[in-house]
Design a protein around this ligand. Sequence first.
Ligand SMILES: NC(=O)c1ccc[n+]([C@@H]2O[C@H](COP(=O)([O-])OP(=O)(O)OC[C@H]3O[C@@H](n4cnc5c(N)ncnc54)[C@H](OP(=O)(O)O)[C@@H]3O)[C@@H](O)[C@H]2O)c1
Length: 317
Amino acid sequence: MSKKQIFILGGSGFVGSHLVRRLSADGHQLTVATRYAPAARHLSIVPGVRIQQCRPYDLESLTAAVEGHDLVINLVGILNERGFNGKGFRRAHVELVEKIMIACEAARVPQMIQMSSINAGEGRSHYLVTRGQAEEMVRHANASGLLDTAIFRPSTIFGPDDSFLNRFATLLKISPVLPLARPNARFAPVYVGDVVEAFARVIAAKELGGEIYELCGREVWSLKELVIWLRNQLGLKRAVVGLPDALGKLQGMAFNLVPGKPFSSDNFKSLLLDSVCADNGFLRLDIQPWGMGELAPTWLGGNGSKDKLHPSRSRRD
Ligand SMILES: NC(=O)c1ccc[n+]([C@@H]2O[C@H](COP(=O)([O-])OP(=O)(O)OC[C@H]3O[C@@H](n4cnc5c(N)ncnc54)[C@H](OP(=O)(O)O)[C@@H]3O)[C@@H](O)[C@H]2O)c1
């Protein structure tokens, strides 16, 4: 396997921190670009890693930063914007990707991997619509021979340090009743270790080939099943109440106004679609993905065991 010089945007975050360690183990040289260097300080001791503070929306600065690399990985993504009109999503998901592609072309970087999301381009949420627009640009760059690309589209990603299970765990701990919008929305939570293994295998191949990989764990859960399972796992006595859509929508509108937007109208719209794979890319990469109920108890501890899982969970392979 050839060792690559890899430039990672968004590498300081949850997935990035796991990815950097995994790619370092393969002997690649990594530049972790961050808007604020202290955010990536925890990665500075990883072998082969250089932290570079950069202004990703400044094309000149970005072009200079990517120069000399073989591959750019874009992990930047936001679940909510400050405003309500989609401008923040367009900036982070579309304008940035456009700039990355122009910078790659100018600096002669041949490859790019775009982290996207399951259901990109479907539905009405700004999150998914802008994800789809970014994918379209990446696919076009690949088809016209400008860049050799790959796109990853994971379902919700879990791990000991995720924001998904940890956010629900916090809500369960502080609230006697948890009202849940879109309780029947389905997910196939995917383990972060499996996601970064998929990246590592795709990077090890000579060409990315314009491939698109949906990534799903091997258990499918409804949101309500998942939260009840987590509650039991944590040994808490809490009521989890599924909201009808009219109330779920109102919940989104109310949380729009809470600082940090723990939930939003845009999140509600994304939840109108199930986050499950039509064609699980792990199979093409010869990876057997974990299911959340099999693995998460190893760090959640608590009362749970596999036997307590909801019977409707299904094996996907
Ligand atoms: N976690 C999941 O369940 C999940 C599921 C599907 C898809 N994804 C996608 O996977 C990618 C990584 O997810 P993650 O959970 O690791 O996210 P994360 O922890 O929030 O990290 C994303 C990183 O992007 C940078 N960033 C954030 N907002 C930005 C902005 N407005 N402009 C430029 N950079 C910004 C930040 O880096 P600096 O502050 O250092 O610049 C941040 O560390 C994202 O694209 C996400 O949408 C995640």
